[in-house]
Design a protein around this ligand. Structure first.
Ligand code: DAH
Length: 342
């Protein structure tokens, strides 16, 4: 019996040393300690021993079982550790490895100039207000003092939804909406899309963008308008920029002006872009017509105001030297990816 135990223990030690994986270890465990394992059978054969020898034999077998179980567990832990290390090596990530280039999106030039302009005006204390693109005739025309027979109302120029509803032809209706809902002082800019029944060409599009400005307060003068627009011109185009007002006509302003900007190409010297004049026309502006103030519920004896409307496509084209407006709408990534937020 003792001899048998010793042999089992020796063999187990040799086999254990040769084991390289978990399945080998499981097989050995079964062979020694399983239901028909060497030690189990040996324990069962104890019945054949004389009764007085049994306790001693039982104790000896137990000691071997405990020792072998401990060895198997130790081996099991060792195998697990090796496996774990292999796994870590397999799944290691080289964080210094250069990665594939990820293309970064640009910002559309219209969005860029809109953001830049909003920054200029909000820094001067203007609020940003938006209005609907599908607009009532009332706001788009009537309250802007554009009479029934005005050519701008012609179906050839305006997209009509029905008799009373249009796609707004300018951002000016947001002026009326604001005056009717806010009390002066009012200082707002209103960016947004506008629509006109124009054919697409290098300078026209049926959809384009404007930004409206409106200031209403006591004692607002044309000098305030000029100062505001000069600040805008300098911030967007450089410190040597200025504006020039030429008399004009808009139904919603009186007096009205076409506003020119120092030519951004030649800085006033005269070139092909400005046709030798040193100036380029960029926007319309004026003092809010007292008739408009009254229609929108503001006392024109107490308050005065100025307004302006700028085309964003025109500003973007001047700012980035774009000569064909269609580039702004075609979505060609090779063109668009040149623009970055600055
Ligand atoms: N609404 C005019 C247009 O679309 C632009 C404009 C001119 C707006 C003069 C104004 C302004 O507020 O005072 O052509």
């Amino acid at each position: 019996m003792q001899e048998q135990l010793r042999r089992i223990q020796e063999e187990a030690a040799a086999q254990l040393a040769a084991i390289t994986d978990k399945s080998g270890l499981d097989a050995l465990k079964l062979k020694l300690l399983g239901k028909k394992g060497d030690l189990t059978l040996l324990r069962r054969s104890m019945g054949q021993l004389p009764a007085e020898e049994r306790p001693k034999a039982g104790q000896m077998i137990n000691e071997v079982v405990v020792a072998i179980t401990a060895q198997i567990e130790e081996m099991d832990a060792k195998l697990k550790k090796i496996e774990q290390e292999k796994k870590l090596a397999r799944e290691a990530i080289d964080v210094t490895e250069p990665r594939a280039h990820t293309p970064i999106g640009g910002v559309h030039p219209i969005a860029l100039v809109q953001d830049q302009m909003l920054k200029v005006f909000t820094s001067m204390g203007f609020d940003v207000v938006e209005g609907p693109e599908v607009e009532l005739d009332l706001y788009n025309f009537e309250l802007m003092n554009i009479p029934k027979n005005h050519p701008a109302r012609d179906a050839q120029d305006t997209f009509y939804i029905d008799e009373n509803i249009v796609l707004r032809t300018h951002t000016s209706p947001v002026q009326a909406r604001t005056m009717l809902t806010r009390k002066p002082p009012i200082r707002i800019v209103c960016p947004g899309r506008v629509y006109r029944a124009d054919e697409v060409d290098a300078t026209h599009s049926p959809v384009f963008h404007q930004m409206e400005g409106l200031v209403i307060d006591k004692d607002v003068t044309m000098a305030d308008l000029k100062g505001t627009l000069d600040a805008f011109a300098r911030t967007l185009f450089g410190d040597d920029m200025t504006t020039r007002f030429r008399p004009s006509f808009f139904p919603f302003t009186e007096p009205s002006a076409e506003v020119d900007l120092t030519c951004v190409n030649c800085h006033g010297k005269g070139c092909r872009v400005c046709k030798g004049t040193g100036w380029i026309e960029v926007l319309g502006a004026g003092m809010v017509n007292p008739k408009v103030l009254e229609m929108c519920g503001i006392d024109s004896k107490e308050y005065s105001g100025f307004a302006f409307g700028v085309g964003l496509e025109r500003i973007a084209m001047l700012r980035y030297g774009i000569t064909d407006m269609r580039a702004l709408f075609e979505g060609d990534v090779r063109f668009l990816s040149q623009f970055r937020d600055d």
